[in-house]
Design a binder for this molecule. Structure first.
Ligand code: MLC
Ligand code: AMP
Length: 477
């Protein structure tokens, strides 16, 4: 079966729809023309999988859209990735080229395929949109697990189409909408929902740059009707009543990627008259559960499964947990939005699913009798969420252990009003080594993404361990 991901973009009557990416303010027609040049170039180069240095810029959007038009899989490389993480992603994904500019520090090993830095008016003469197999991989998104290096999540065109169509239905997302956000363009939230979402629907897109309260207020004044944000963004907006007030004109404020604290929900309601619409998802599953635009919006509730998605709760004993709103269990999901596995990791893929084909989210939840979900937390202390970014404690611990001044370490997430969780590293210094906190923070930043740097390093003589010798993280912090 073939399917075009950009149904909206390919409709000529939408050609005047707004596309604003930072300073570039243009229209769908120019994005399509620019992307067609990229697609034509990819066809000539014969690349099947390319890396995009996913800065929040026009070249990223034109490059990604061009690759999707051409049926070439994109591997977004986080804009702030350190050398170690970038090398891992490039090696593990076996990309054949950079599409658009490579990061400054790149070693030049991969060829670079050009993407125009500004919108083009006309498509190449010879280019026609092709039907692409909907089972083909559209993206390989790298994401952290509890241990080890980030894994490449294979997302097909059909999973993305199903996820976006489900959200369009749930949120009554229409071509008349103008979506604004300031999310990074290398994750599900900012890239799949925040860029491909409006393009599939035929609605306007406005990436505002840094997601400050001022920028969101300016977008509201400029006619944006829908806003996406992670809870950190919403909590910063809630702290600035003058800017928040402008969002009262929006049709829908949406929060996701981490739990939205109830006081932030209430404060935004008081300031804007809007109840934020919360939804829940993962890189591996896309968005599976969402509050509907016409549904009851309550603090702490993330809504109901999207069309075709099924969810269930399983207890520690493996038995079903009742959907009574009180009982909690491990949340498992099934449906058309799921990924096709971790690239090159069949064992980890197999263990992510139950024997009867349900994906284990690793989140703990309760489900009300009417199907409304409440996310209670994560089963593992080793998977953190800070500013909406998913961060594996093990990855930071491995990076710290590469420093000669570190003998042992343990990384935890400490509750934080702004970020949800703040990364704190407990470090036992190597005998005879003097090491400073700043040096270890910079050491992590040079290897991993900037947002994985510990906010604090606590030096200790030893780590608390149980009788098996395993570090007991509950006794830290
Ligand atoms: C940060 N800083 C540090 C530091 N950590 N400095 C020293 N040591 C450290 N450890 C610096 C930063 O570089 C920045 O500097 C300043 O401190 C403030 O950083 P911050 O607190 O992180 O704020 P900010 O940069 O404003 O970022 C907040 C944010 C960001 C919310 C904008 O976290 C963000 O974009 N989050 C979105 C994550 C996301 O998209 N997740 C979706 C995953 S998909 P300076 O100089 O730059 O100011 C998914 C599926 C789903 O989850 O359900 O959606
Ligand atoms: P990621 O793979 O980066 O998309 O992170 C997925 C994780 O984000 C999920 O497993 C949840 O732990 C968390 N998450 C996403 N949305 C929400 C939400 N609305 N409430 C609570 N946690 C969320």
């Amino acid at each position: 079966m073939s399917d075009h991901l950009f149904a909206g973009l390919l409709r000529p009557e939408r050609s005047a729809t707004t596309v604003r990416i930072g300073e570039v303010d243009t229209r769908y027609a120019a994005l399509l023309a620019s992307a067609a040049h990229v697609a034509a170039g990819l066809g000539q180069a014969g690349a099947a999988r390319v890396a995009v240095h996913a800065t929040p810029t026009w070249t990223t959007v034109a490059g990604v859209v061009g690759a999707v038009l051409a049926g070439v899989a994109v591997v977004p490389v986080p804009a702030d990735a350190g050398a170690g993480e970038r090398d891992h992603i490039l090696r593990d994904s076996r990309v054949q080229a950079w599409l658009g500019p490579a990061p400054e520090q790149d070693d030049g090993r991969l060829p670079r395929l050009p993407v125009s830095g500004h919108p083009l008016d006309t498509p190449p003469d010879s280019w026609e949109p092709m039907g692409i197999d909907s089972a083909a991989t559209a993206f390989v998104l790298y994401t952290s697990g509890t241990t080890g290096t980030p894994k490449g999540v294979l997302l097909s065109r059909r999973a993305i189409a199903a996820g976006l169509d489900g959200l369009a239905e749930a949120w009554e997302w229409r071509p008349e909408d103008l979506l604004a956000h300031g999310l990074p363009l290398f994750h599900v939230h900012g890239l799949i929902l925040g860029v491909l979402g409006p393009l599939r629907i035929g609605g306007g897109l406005w990436q505002v740059g840094r997601p400050t309260p001022q920028a969101y207020a300016a977008a509201a004044r400029g006619g944006a009707t829908m806003f996406f944000g992670v809870p950190t963004i919403w909590s910063r907006i809630a702290a600035e009543p003058d800017h928040a007030a402008y969002l009262g004109s929006a049709r829908l404020l949406v929060s996701g990627s981490a739990a939205l604290p109830s006081p932030v929900f209430e404060r935004l309601h008081a300031l804007t008259g809007q109840r934020v619409c919360e939804r829940y998802g993962m890189t591996e599953t896309l968005i599976t559960v969402a509050t509907r635009a016409d549904g009851l919006r309550r603090a702490g509730r993330v809504g109901v499964p999207l069309p075709g998605v099924h969810t269930r709760l399983v207890g520690e004993d493996g038995r079903p947990v009742p959907h009574d709103g009180e009982s909690i269990g491990d949340l498992q999901v099934r449906g058309p939005t799921l990924f096709d596995g971790y690239l090159g990791r069949p064992e980890e893929t197999a263990s992510a699913f139950t024997a009867d084909g349900w994906f284990r989210t690793g989140d703990v939840a309760a489900i009300e009798p009417d199907g409304t979900h409440r996310i209670v937390g994560r089963a593992s202390v080793d998977l953190l969420k800070s500013g909406g970014y998913r961060i594996g404690a093990g990855e930071i611990e491995s990076a710290l252990l590469e420093h000669p001044g570190v003998a042992e370490c343990a990384v935890i997430g400490v509750p934080d009003d702004d970020l949800g969780q703040r990364i704190v590293a407990y470090v036992v210094p190597a005998a005879g080594q003097a090491v400073a906190e700043d040096e270890l923070v910079a050491h992590v930043g040079a290897r991993l993404s900037a947002h994985k740097r510990p906010r604090r390093v606590v030096f200790v003589e030893s780590l608390p361990r149980n009788e098996m010798g395993k570090v007991v993280k509950a006794r830290l912090g």
